[in-house]
Design a protein around this ligand. Structure first.
Ligand code: LMR
Length: 398
């Protein structure tokens, strides 16, 4: 019976981690997966997380099942970060929030909800987008298509084309949007562009599904959720998936959340019940450890402030790496424009390298990027940046 099972060629992003681990090149550099490494090339454990871990370990407590929707303090943290402490929409109890197994888990539960309760809707993702957006929605039987987004000639958003495309969509079609640090391009809408896009979304009665995995890595905690809060102010129905993988450096704990903003408290309660039911049928209830860390860090003023500072340090180090890489490349490859390196936001930079150049970087230099030319700038540090810049310069000259 297993003869019929298809071969899985591997994931274009996570698969690179395995290839990188096996590579024996002593100079290898991992710029593939979206993970922040510090100046010494290590995955950091944030100081605020260390404190939270000490609370959890002292004393070591029993591990009961937690509710299907996750820990209350974890859910409150998601809500306050996204919508603002004391936000009217929270006071009105119009947001149904569950803690989820990472941002991917939040997308999956959201996709299942859309499949069940909005069966006529089609979901649209930016061209390009994070590949798993498409996989998760299609695997939940939601039809997925693309909307115009990235203009590789001007290295900006095809804004007018995108809006004109939104105008052609049907009521209740779902748009997956990246409120900040667009993955994979690093190119975000400006606040003025968000205002215009949300007006079209409202006029056409489309449903935004905002996926935010990098809050704090763009401009700052508040500006990065501009689009979310604007959509709420406009009274739009809204899905938001969020992740703490990057901004708490808690990748393996799989902590995220799904929030659905509804027109009334009564509807939010019904939606919440359906989200619980979907969780129950999928994995029953989430694990508790990561949720406890989120709860402890986000609900303690001093730890929260420390956390924000630590996120901004990560953000600033990435920005410094962008500047440095740009100047080394400009010196080594005259005549080519590298402005994109500093105009893009967050962890990623779309380098415009061809698939052959990306492959050569990997095989000849042990420098790993995603095949679509996405580089995780957060993997650069002062010890490897010259090596990477020279390797890029080499393949660009070939
Ligand atoms: C990425 O885009 O590299 C990260 O979000 C990790 C992943 O799961 O793909």
């Amino acid at each position: 019976m297993f003869d019929r099972v298809d071969y899985y060629p591997g994931d274009p992003i996570l698969g690179l981690m395995g290839e990188y681990a096996k590579d024996t090149n002593p100079n290898k550099v991992n710029l593939g997966v979206g993970v922040y490494y510090d100046e010494s090339g290590k995955l950091p454990v944030l100081e605020c997380v260390k404190t939270a871990e000490q609370h959890i370990a002292n004393p070591i407590s029993p591990r009961p099942y937690i509710p299907m929707e996750g820990l209350p303090g974890n859910r409150k943290a998601c809500q306050e970060l996204l919508f603002g402490k004391g936000a009217k929409v929270l006071e009105e109890k119009r947001v149904a929030t569950i803690a989820a197994i990472g941002g991917s888990g939040a997308l999956k539960i959201g996709a299942e909800f859309i499949n069940e309760w909005l069966p006529e809707s089609k979901t649209y993702v930016s061209d390009p987008t994070w590949g798993n957006h498409i996989s998760i929605f299609e695997y939940s039987n939601v039809p997925v298509a693309k909307y115009p987004y990235y203009d590789k000639v001007t290295n900006s958003v095809k804004f007018d084309e995108m809006l004109a495309f939104f105008e052609t969509l049907n009521k209740n079609d779902v748009l997956i949007l990246h409120p900040c640090c667009h993955n994979p391009t690093g190119i975000d809408l400006t606040q003025e562009q968000w205002d215009k896009a949300l007006e079209v979304i409202q006029a056409k009665e489309l449903i935004p599904f905002m996926d935010i995995a990098y809050q704090g890595f763009g401009k700052d905690m508040e500006s990065d959720v501009y689009a979310i809060r604007k959509a709420v102010d406009m009274g739009l129905p809204l899905f938001v998936s969020n992740s703490f993988s990057k901004n708490l450096s808690l990748y393996g704990e799989r902590v995220g959340g799904l929030s659905v903003v509804c027109p009334t408290a009564e509807l939010a309660e019904r939606v919440f019940g359906q989200l619980q039911f979907t969780v129950r049928r999928t994995y029953s209830s989430p694990p508790s450890h990561g949720g406890r860390i989120v709860d402890i860090v986000m609900n303690d003023e001093a730890l929260y402030d420390q956390w924000v500072g630590e996120v901004y340090d990560m953000r600033d180090r990435i920005k410094a790496m962008r500047l440095k890489l740009k100047s080394v490349l400009e010196a080594n490859v005259p005549g080519r424009n590298f402005d994109y390196l500093t105009s893009q936001n967050g962890m990623f930079s779309f380098t415009g390298l061809t698939p052959e150049q990306v492959e050569r970087l990997k095989t000849k230099f042990g420098v790993y990027m995603v095949g679509n030319s996405r580089m995780c700038v957060a993997g650069l540090n002062s010890s490897n940046i010259d090596y990477v810049a020279n390797a890029m310069a080499e393949v660009l000259k070939d």
